[in-house]
Design a protein around this ligand. Structure first.
Ligand SMILES: Cc1cc2nc3c(=O)[nH]c(=O)nc-3n(C[C@H](O)[C@H](O)[C@H](O)COP(=O)(O)OP(=O)(O)OC[C@H]3O[C@@H](n4cnc5c(N)ncnc54)[C@H](O)[C@@H]3O)c2cc1C
Length: 554
């Protein structure tokens, strides 16, 4: 954790570079009117802003009880530690962190090392009237981690990272008992040593944890094969104000409304998740991601819908719209002469022989996993559907490009922010029949917001997860903040327009980024007033004093 940036994404010392991506500068100049070669703002210096951090307010009795619970080494009031734990990584978070506007910083960071210690921390906090905010990797982009500005009680950030082990694998049932604070890479490493994979790979995988995934109802890139976190988690152990909540890792049960489902997405409001029993699978013999091109986004969406409805078993379904396809090609690292020739030949082939409008074509990826035979069969079956919709396989190298972009994308947001550009994402899910209307409405809403702000903006989209009955659309938008304007306010106009378009067109406020505070204003439109009342009753009944991450979701 020490190496994490407190003002941006990822690790200190790692930054996005555009110099090896020759097409990116002209692309961004064209679509945003910004020259990215101009020097950006320097990274904020901790020494300059350290004095902005409020002093911790930790009553002696509470400090002593926490030290007794976890040991002195695991109760920190260090200013930088507290600032790293104060927020997640949303655009609002990063803009405010960068200028030393740190908000209601927790008074202490507590690091329990066992479920018993988590229980002792909770009891100590409750008897002192303190607030507890569970902290996984701190990658929330929905404002799920920040204490309310007006919170007068002591605030503790409970960092679960010491709970990082795979405890046991029931190989007969393919179920693993895993501690909730484990980070993605460490989880996969431990499982791989036994020949298994969890198969949950969100873009934030390297810096996020199992507990955070559960508490936000996360979804990973290969969800088409493995399922979302809600499908993968079978049993839970949660330290709550009324004791240890345990749900059994049975495949299904008829025990009234699902308690397991209530914990999923609860954002730390019901308790601290200490352990989950999760579904694991043997590491597949073969993994492949192939690139495809479609003549249009509509063709690509129809093909993904048909694949989802068919007997094909793919691990990844992804199709970018034309604006995102252009962005993807612009982020390519230095192409060799051969690459250039190949790509020129491909363009000629597509336009002359296949009748593609090259400016409208859309890049797509399909992933296949399993035995050699299974992968070959699925490729063939999916390939037929792609061909029926005018698509064309362009081989495995775009899959490598996709991996490269996945790594770069989170860092590019900081790079753009250094140059006064706000860039962020909004994602949603809807039935297949609504994809077109939602897509059109969101683009119109974003472009309307850019016009209202008087800025040159860009919005692009991809389908990222498919289900039998619908899919997730993931939008990325960017614009240069106007001189003298407050970037967060301008961002709010664009973000709100997009979110409002989601709920107005029958889509959900978020497919996998959770509610937090960022999306809470759309909750009632999404789940109806009685739904909100039920959630309030659940949170109030479980935590009557409002000690657990107050103010999130409702
Ligand atoms: C660059 C980037 C890419 C992203 N890509 C994806 C993606 O592909 N898919 C996706 O689903 N999300 C993605 N996200 C969002 C984010 O990574 C997820 O919400 C993730 O699940 C958060 O996990 P975390 O461990 O970082 O939790 P945190 O951010 O630390 O916490 C999130 C919420 O969960 C609660 N919480 C955390 N741990 C526990 C626990 N043990 N018990 C109870 N409550 C707990 C916190 O209190 C908070 O409310 C991305 C975010 C960024 C910045």
């Amino acid at each position: 954790m020490a190496a994490q940036k407190w003002w941006g994404w990822g690790l200190e010392g790692v930054r996005f570079a555009h110099e090896d991506k020759p097409a990116l500068r002209p692309f961004i100049r064209e679509v945003l009117g910004v020259d990215i070669a101009r020097p950006g703002a320097a990274a904020p210096r901790w020494e300059d802003l350290r004095s902005e951090v409020p002093e911790p307010h930790l009553p002696d009795g509470l400090r002593d009880a926490l030290i007794e619970a976890v040991g002195e080494a695991f109760v920190s009031t260090d200013a930088l530690d507290r600032v790293v734990h104060a927020r997640g990584k949303s655009l609002r978070d990063l803009v405010r962190q960068r200028r030393g506007d740190f908000g209601r910083v927790p008074d202490a960071v507590v690091r329990p090392g066992s479920e018993e210690e988590v229980g002792a921390v909770l009891r100590a906090a409750l008897s002192a009237g303190a607030v507890l905010i569970a902290f996984g990797g701190g990658t929330s982009i929905s404002g799920s981690l920040e204490a309310p500005a007006e919170e007068g009680r002591p605030v503790l950030s409970v960092d679960l990272a010491r709970l990082d082990r795979v405890l046991d694998i029931d190989v007969t049932s393919r179920l693993a008992r895993v501690q909730a604070g484990v980070f993605g890479p460490h989880l996969e490493e431990q499982l791989a040593a036994r020949g298994y994979t969890f198969g949950h790979f969100p873009d934030s995988f390297t810096h996020s944890t199992l507990g955070g995934w559960i508490a936000t109802r996360s979804s990973g890139m290969q969800s088409d094969r493995y399922g979302d976190i809600a499908d993968l988690v079978k049993g839970l152990r949660v330290v709550t104000p009324s004791g240890l909540l345990v749900t059994r890792p049975v495949p299904a049960s008829s025990t009234g409304p699902s308690i397991r489902e209530m914990v999923l997405g609860s954002e730390g409001r019901l308790g601290l998740i200490t352990e989950a029993t999760v579904h694991v699978r043997p590491i597949p013999a073969r993994r492949e991601i192939l690139g495809y091109l479609f003549p249009s986004f509509a063709d690509g969406l129809e093909a993904m819908g048909e694949i989802a409805a068919s007997e094909c078993r793919v691990s990844v379904t992804r199709v970018s719209d034309a604006p995102e396809t252009r962005f993807s090609f612009a982020t390519r690292s230095d192409p060799t002469v051969i690459d250039r020739l190949k790509s020129a030949a491909l363009k000629t082939y597509l336009s002359r022989r296949r009748g593609f409008d090259v400016g409208a074509m859309c890049l797509s990826f399909l992933g296949y996993e399993g035995s050699q035979g299974h992968v070959a069969e699925q490729r063939k079956a999916a390939g037929k559907i792609v061909a029926r919709h005018g698509g064309l396989c362009i081989g495995a190298s775009p899959g490598a490009l996709y991996d490269q972009k996945k790594f770069d994308t989170p860092y590019i947001r900081d790079f753009l922010l250094d140059r006064g550009v706000a860039a962020d994402v909004s994602e949603t899910a809807m039935p297949w029949s609504r994809l077109g209307p939602v897509y059109d409405a969101v683009r119109a809403a974003a472009n309307g917001a850019f016009a209202e702000l008087g800025v040159q903006g860009y919005i692009m989209c991809h389908l990222s997860h498919s289900y039998h009955s619908g899919a997730c659309l993931y939008f990325t938008f960017a614009f240069e903040s106007s001189p003298g304007a407050e970037m967060i306010d301008q961002y709010g106009v664009a973000k709100s327009a997009i979110q409002q378009a989601f709920v107005d067109t029958g889509a959900t406020l978020s497919h996998h980024h959770a509610v937090g505070t960022e999306h809470a204003q759309w909750l009632e439109q999404d789940i109806s007033a009685p739904g909100v009342a039920m959630l309030r009753a659940l949170f109030d009944g479980t935590d009557p004093g409002g000690h657990l991450n107050p103010g999130k979701i409702v």
